[in-house]
Design a protein around this ligand. Structure first.
Ligand SMILES: *Cc1c(COP(=O)(O)O)cnc(C)c1O
Length: 503
């Protein structure tokens, strides 16, 4: 008997050693029932513009509605399915066309298919051994992202979120300046610091705390009136901290700030980093998507000069959560900085090319497979459709900006937003045409929270608000659902006025 037949016998369960009892562990009917709930309730009904974005309940109410406790005895399938319907009913429909609350929105069918297929195969990204296809797929997608940035010979990895990617940036920058930190720790090193704009993401602080730099060593750099880092302020801050005997190991520039959507001037910042020999990181978690558009990639000009980049496909590129990449121009640093050479996982005497085992570049052990969601979407759309989609969200944001500028009762925070963040105040009729003194602004600061409460309770729309610098609470409208149209922009203007004109 040939060995090929032998193998087939083993797989078919006809060899002597295997059991004759068929295994039945896949509950196909249950999965079909869940699939129906997902497609009909969560996706189709959940994205109907006439349905609710959220059916709001306070925590103490929701606790009473949901039967969440883990019982001693098993739960019947009909009961499980009922709870699953409730899970959908009381969850936020982030694929709803009126969900504008975060820097991500929308549920792409192909991205979702990738997520489902990923979870059906339930593996970990660390070795080629257990993730052969995903290893090659990650290599392909990350190479594509590296080439769009302009790091043809770089290295990259998917991370559990942009905050962690930013921590990778700090860790690599520190390792690049002080490689001994990996083995010896911070003892004996000078006082290290990181510079970032005062509008930069708070994950820089978390990273500094995690990595033992300390939050006080995240040095804010002043921004201009539209939220961009001022290069001359960066240079004077570098000189100041150096005069204090501190060592700046990294400058973090932001490409698309969280609230105002500002793009820091990368070329001017790169000039300064080059002059002072400082690692430059770009936090493009949100705004990196413009790399896919010839029309808008000028916003991120200079990114090819920097050392490392954070870019979340789960934000502007609309891939399902979570998909976040850390990318660097330095080919070997990720491995050098993070490797621990665990012998049980990364055996060097495996029979295949072990350079395909990418897991030791990570700070994790097991790593969720994030790439299939991104790959599936990108493969389905192609570069051309992606470019159209990115151009579309910018077009809708510009359309909304114009409408707000020309509609009574609305006031823009920035006359010309750079990204698809559109900040605005709503001024109810009772407050129009009055002297805008401190009392007036105090009163205005309460308008956005009240309208937010009403939209949440009525479930008609979700938009975020916040104060920012010396600006009182304003709405931060985010256009990131790639399927958006100008009809949704009109709805925002209509709905805010409907919810707030009696205030
Ligand atoms: C969203 C965001 C982050 C954090 O990304 P997560 O994936 O939420 O951790 C970091 N920086 C900027 C500018 C962001 O917009």
């Amino acid at each position: 008997m040939s060995s090929a037949n032998n193998t087939a016998d083993v797989i078919n369960g006809t060899s002597q050693a295997s059991s004759k009892v068929p295994r039945q562990t896949v509950d196909e009917q249950f999965l079909r029932d869940i699939f129906e709930i997902m497609v009909k309730d969560a996706l189709k009904d959940g994205s109907d513009p006439h349905s609710k974005v959220i059916e709001w309940k306070h925590p103490h109410e929701l606790e009473k509605i949901l039967d969440l406790h883990i019982p001693e005895n098993s739960t019947s399938k009909p009961a499980l399915l009922d709870i699953c319907r409730q899970v959908v009913q009381y969850s936020v429909k982030t694929g709803h066309p009126h969900f504008f609350n975060q820097l991500w929105a929308g549920v792409d069918s192909y991205g979702l298919a990738g997520a489902w297929l990923t979870d059906a195969l339930n593996s970990s990204q660390y070795t080629y051994e257990v993730a052969p296809v995903f290893t090659l797929m990650e290599k392909t997608v990350l190479s594509k992202m590296l080439s769009l940035i302009g790091f043809p010979d770089g290295d990259a990895i998917f991370c559990p979120g942009g905050s962690v990617s930013n921590m990778y940036g700090i860790n690599l920058a520190r390792f690049n300046s002080f490689p001994e930190v990996k083995t010896k720790g911070m003892q004996g090193l000078p006082n290290l610091c990181v510079l970032t704009s005062d509008k930069g993401h708070y994950s820089m602080k978390k990273g500094a705390a995690m990595l033992g730099l300390g939050i006080d060593n995240i040095i804010p750099v002043e921004t201009d009136e539209i939220g961009r880092m001022k290069p001359e302020q960066l240079e004077s801050t570098i000189l100041d901290v150096k005069a204090q005997g501190r060592v700046p190991i990294m400058v973090n520039a932001t490409a698309g700030t969280t609230v105002l959507g500002a793009y820091d001037p990368l070329n001017a910042i790169a000039d300064i980093c080059q002059k002072h020999g400082i690692w430059m990181h770009v936090d493009a978690a949100w705004g990196g998507g413009v790399l896919l558009s010839k029309k808008y990639r000028h916003l991120i000009a200079g990114i090819e000069r920097v050392d490392s980049v954070t870019w979340n496909p789960h934000k502007m590129m609309g891939s399902p959560l979570q998909a976040a990449a850390f990318l660097t121009r330095h080919k070997t640093l990720l491995a050098e900085c993070h490797s621990a050479h665990a012998k049980y996982l990364f055996q060097q005497d495996k029979f295949y090319d072990v350079t395909y085992d990418t897991g030791d570049k990570s700070i994790q052990c097991g790593r969720k497979i994030d790439v299939l969601k991104v790959w599936m979407m990108w493969k389905a759309k192609g570069d051309e459709q992606y470019e159209k989609d990115i151009n579309n969200i910018f077009h809708c944001a510009e359309y909304l900006t114009n409408r707000l500028r020309n509609t009574e009762g609305f006031r823009l925070v920035l006359d010309k937003p750079q990204c698809t963040n559109v900040g605005f105040w709503y001024i109810p009729p009772s407050m129009r045409g009055q002297t805008e003194d401190k009392a007036w602004w105090d009163k205005l600061s309460k308008v956005a929270p009240t309208i937010k409460q009403r939209m949440t309770e009525q479930g008609t729309m979700l938009i975020g608000y916040q104060p920012e610098g010396n600006r009182v609470n304003f709405f931060r409208m985010i256009v990131s659902n790639l399927d958006v149209t100008t009809a949704e922009m009109d709805f925002v203007v209509y709905e805010i006025d409907r919810l707030g004109n009696d205030l």
